[in-house]
Design a protein. Structure first.
Length: 183
């Protein structure tokens, strides 16, 4: 049985990506407006701290000083997801890729349009769990969360044998049971 048509899945992917991008831009704009020059704002008894951090690197502040390379990688991710979407027939994959596309685009917008300049801009991070300043867990933003959740969903889909085209790859256990039954 073939999977449903590609177009609805691509629309879902695009809708999720646009919603994530809009929410990321909005939360960063609000964060900059309200948190610039302020001490961290403690929420839920310190479980969550809101703090403005401008990150020139990748996740966990890796690759600091290579912002232009990170910008090109993010641009590559966007292009690959758009190209792969032509084969998309899986709702799970559409959701996962939409999350990743929205997050990658959100951070790419920062890298292109924020100081110190195009392809070198620092990403705005806002959320610091458990303690301010990223002492316990790195400071992150909505785009980062979206990328991580999308990546985790892709891992789950792969473990379940769910393919981009909507088909399901049988597990080794299922394959050997089928072979045994056929003998």
């Amino acid at each position: 049985m073939s999977a449903p048509a590609t177009a609805p899945r691509v629309r879902l992917l695009a809708l999720i990506a646009v919603l994530i991008l809009a929410a990321d831009i909005a939360t960063k704009a609000i964060g900059v407006a309200l948190l610039e020059g302020r001490e961290p704002v403690e929420l839920l008894g310190g479980l969550i701290n809101l703090q403005l951090v401008r990150n020139p690197g990748a996740a966990f502040s890796l690759a600091t000083g290579y912002t232009w390379v990170l910008s090109l990688i993010a641009l590559g991710v966007v292009v690959v997801i758009i190209r792969v979407s032509r084969k998309l027939r899986s709702t799970g994959w559409a959701i996962a890729l939409g999350l990743i596309l929205g997050g990658a685009t959100g951070n790419l917008v920062d890298r292109i349009f924020r100081a110190p300049g195009p392809l070198q801009g620092h990403v705005v991070d806002l959320v610091s769990p458990f303690a301010p300043d990223g002492r316990v867990f790195p400071v992150f933003n909505l785009a980062d969360s979206s990328i991580v959740c999308g990546g985790a969903l892709l891992v789950v889909l792969a473990l379940l044998g769910r393919e981009l085209d909507g088909t399901r790859t049988p597990s080794k256990k299922e394959s050997s049971a089928t072979e045994t039954a056929g003998e």
